[in-house]
Design a protein around this ligand. Structure first.
Ligand SMILES: Cc1cc2nc3c(=O)[nH]c(=O)nc-3n(C[C@H](O)[C@H](O)[C@H](O)COP(=O)(O)OP(=O)(O)OC[C@H]3O[C@@H](n4cnc5c(N)ncnc54)[C@H](O)[C@@H]3O)c2cc1C
Length: 386
């Protein structure tokens, strides 16, 4: 691994940083209070991202993306992490899984998503199936050459803006020595398809304005052309394209923690009690020291995991470690940033109480901390027969 960023990578960081400062920060308070992103602001962010050449920057150049490496994309996510997620959603990063599109699916889904003409959402989780994805009840059965989908997905981020969703459903079951195991297939479902409804979800304490929706499939009929990847191959496309999304969570957490840290550092230097800056008290100064040490550690874990991915090395454990550590680090850092601010840290005059609330979901989505620990420990113990 090479430490330090090259000129091009420094340029990516400074470009995205100034985008976030100029196009995202000014709208954050309004989105936080209203819980909504006005359409004209969403479109402006999208348009500016396209003009900057960063829309769908996670896609290869041959399909119209920016062709960034995993490491470069982690740098982008790290800078976006500083800003409101409800707003940075429109700095579009469609799901990489769309690379599995074949034939005319590319014209209908992949290319329009990369061009910013159609937005996607990804639906795996159900009320009865979260960590245990294979426990899903949502199913598709064959009927006269079509598929008929039934069931409910919940917690689906950004589905209110989605023109189509990428949905995982059970299409059968195999008997294995460990018991029955569901076969999963991935479908592309257009908004407006009869039998498919998108409705409001729950109100979350984290990321106001970045909504989660409930999807309902009620005898929703789809032709074979809507299958993404192979029938019963849902886990294969998931494993090929989705396991790295945890890295984006890690990178987000690092960026957000650095923004919280900047507030804490500044306050520790400016705020005076007992006739001196509070940062001079060891009790405060040491909190600052611990915060930056943890942030740097999470940053290095994240970039190292991205670098491994770029080199084609096995990186499942390293990505899990980065997601686990960075999301737990963010909880500690946002908490400490509030502590350094005393009572003012809890007031919405500062964004710290928001950062603290937002941080909570990072340990849950894209695989909870417990699931990441499971992945890490199994990776180490399985080869030893344990
Ligand atoms: C705001 C929000 C947005 C989301 N967006 C999306 C989205 O766009 N698309 C999507 O598909 N999903 C989305 N999710 C779902 C998210 O990925 C799940 O919430 C997450 O995977 C956990 O599932 P669960 O909430 O059902 O918890 P559960 O799986 O029920 O877990 C409950 C508790 O049990 C623990 N647990 C479960 N299994 C084990 C185990 N084997 N070992 C140890 N502990 C275990 C968990 O760690 C957790 O502490 C979103 C969730 C939220 C909150």
């Amino acid at each position: 691994m090479q430490f330090g960023l090259n000129e091009e990578q420094e340029m990516i960081v400074s470009t995205v940083r100034s985008f976030v400062e100029n196009e995202i920060y000014p709208h954050e308070d309004m989105v936080e209070r209203s819980g909504e992103v006005p359409e004209e602001i969403a479109q402006r962010i999208k348009q500016k991202t396209i003009e900057l050449g960063f829309y769908a920057c996670n896609f290869p150049e041959e399909v119209g993306g920016a062709g960034l490496s995993h490491l470069e994309f982690a740098l982008v996510e790290r800078e976006l992490g500083r800003g409101s997620m409800a707003l940075t959603h429109f700095f579009g990063r469609p799901q990489n899984i769309l690379m599995a599109c074949e034939g005319e699916q590319k014209e209908r889904y992949l290319f329009p998503a990369v061009r910013g003409e159609r937005m996607d959402a990804l639906a795996m989780t159900e009320p009865g199936a979260g960590s245990d994805v294979r426990g899903m009840k949502c199913s598709a059965v064959r009927d006269g050459g079509d598929w008929v989908l039934n069931g409910t997905k919940h917690f689906i981020s950004g589905a209110e803006h989605a023109d189509f969703v990428i949905v995982f459903v059970a299409t059968g079951e195999d008997m294995t020595p460990k018991g029955p195991k569901k076969r999963i297939t991935t479908f592309l479902v257009d908004r407006g398809t009869p039998g498919f409804t998108i409705r409001d979800g729950y109100k979350s304490v984290s990321h106001r304005g970045y909504k989660n929706m409930v999807l309902e499939f009620d005898d929703c009929r789809l032709p074979d052309a809507q299958v993404l990847g192979e029938v019963d191959g849902g886990f294969a496309v998931m494993n090929e394209w989705l396991y790295a999304t945890r890295l984006t969570v890690a990178a987000f957490c690092v960026g957000r923690a650095r923004r919280a840290f900047d507030f804490a550092l500044d306050y520790a230097a400016q705020r005076e009690q007992f006739g001196q800056p509070i940062g001079k008290f060891q009790g405060v100064g040491f909190q600052i020291a611990d915060m930056i040490t943890e942030i740097d550690a999470a940053d290095l874990l994240t970039l190292a995991a991205a670098d491994r991915l770029d080199k084609g090395l096995p990186s499942n454990r390293e990505i899990a470690s980065a997601k686990l550590y960075a999301s737990e680090m963010l909880a500690r850092v946002t908490d400490a940033a509030i502590q350094v601010h005393g009572g003012m840290g809890l007031m919405d005059d500062y964004p710290l109480e928001r950062f603290w609330r937002d941080a909570r979901v990072e340990r849950i989505w894209d695989g909870t901390s417990e699931i990441q620990r499971h992945i890490i420990s199994r990776d180490l113990l399985r080869p030893l027969g344990a």
